[in-house]
Design a protein around this ligand. Structure first.
Ligand code: UT7
Length: 310
């Protein structure tokens, strides 16, 4: 039996920041942001809401959706690069608030690929028999490390959280194949030094190449073809990067999840948030084959082929 998703939830803060709001504070335009990135608006958490608050809300929703009790969770993994503080981890903070008293807890730092790293780590513990249920959260409050004097990055990012409860699933459902990777030599292109510093063009080139390659690789490892894919869930960084991976898989437009216009780039949270949106829209059903693929600072990347359902 494979490890798969038995419950999912998300949480985004209420405050909507539009491209027009950025026009008021910097030399940019709604037209530039839309055409270069696909972003129309994003959510920002207020000063009283930190990363662990976003994570807690998404986790609570996922646990409710899984219909398990927090005491049954054996491990909590939180993928984030914007923890409240370096320690205690966000995972420990939400362990307390959830009452997940039997869970071990740690954060994972793999930037925008963090949720893929988290799910693959959870899979090992579940299929190895160590834990029945693992909670995986992807969460960021990127607004707190965004330089609002840098138009090249400020308009791109948003805050949000998504979470899954993973456990063993039936039949041939669950994670079918995965690929994780890293290239530390590219760390200089995207990093935090108080604020996010990014060489957009270099990251763009890397992302287009890696997203396409990893998607193709996981399908091959799973013994599937492009025709088997029901939905591509790419990390929501930039519509042009997402389009490149869709074209590499030769998928029609309706088979690619797109939420970047509503939430911007929420890093580790973007893939689970997108899955919830597609479920709510009725576009993912049991036994559908999903290809999730992410890339980010590190540089890191990760992809998963998964057959949906418990
Ligand atoms: O999760 C991983 C995180 N990172 C990414 O996914 C980022 C990947 N990279 C990208 O998405 C794109 O490189 C960007 C959206 C960041 C930039 O798009 P681009 O097509 O690569 O633009 P560029 O950096 O080559 O800049 C083109 C022009 C420049 O002006 P000049 O030098 O040609 O006069 C920039 O100064 O656009 C200018 N520019 C802006 N103009 C208006 C940069 N940012 C803005 C802005 N508004 N916000």
């Amino acid at each position: 039996m494979n490890a798969g998703v038995i419950g999912i939830g998300r949480y985004v803060p209420e405050k909507v920041v539009t491209n027009a709001d950025f026009e008021k504070i910097m030399d940019t335009s709604d037209e530039w942001i839309r055409t270069r990135t696909g972003i129309e608006e994003r959510r920002f958490a207020d000063d009283d809401t930190d990363t662990s608050d976003l994570a807690f809300n998404a986790a609570k929703n996922a646990i409710g959706n899984a219909e398990i009790s927090p005491e049954e969770i054996g491990l909590i993994l939180v993928a984030t690069v914007t923890p409240d503080v370096p320690f205690p981890s966000v995972a420990c903070k939400i362990q307390e608030r959830l009452g997940a008293v039997n869970a071990a807890a740690m954060d994972i730092s793999a930037a925008c690929a963090g949720f893929m790293y988290g799910m693959v780590t959870a899979k090992q513990f579940i299929e190895g028999g160590s834990y029945k249920y693992v909670l995986v959260v992807g969460v960021e409050k990127l607004s707190k490390i965004t330089d609002f004097d840098d138009r090249g990055t400020a308009v791109l990012f948003g805050d949000g959280a998504g979470a899954v409860v993973m456990g063993k699933v039936s039949g041939d459902r669950g994670i079918l194949a995965f690929e994780l990777g890293a290239d530390g030599t590219g760390g200089k292109h995207l990093y935090q030094d108080e604020y996010i510093i990014m060489n957009g063009r270099e990251v763009f080139k890397f992302a287009v190449r890696q997203m396409g390659e990893s998607s193709v690789n996981v399908l091959e490892k799973a013994g599937l073809t492009k025709e088997d894919v029901d939905m591509l869930i790419p990390h929501q960084a930039n519509i042009r990067i997402m389009e490149a991976s869709r074209q590499r898989l030769e998928l029609p437009i309706e088979k690619m999840s797109k939420t970047v216009h509503k939430y911007g780039n929420t890093s580790a949270a973007s893939i689970p948030i997108s899955i919830v949106e597609e479920l709510e829209a009725g576009k993912i059903k049991d036994d559908d084959v999903l290809v999730m693929v992410g890339f980010g600072g590190g540089l890191t990347w990760g992809a998963i082929a998964l057959r949906w359902g418990k």
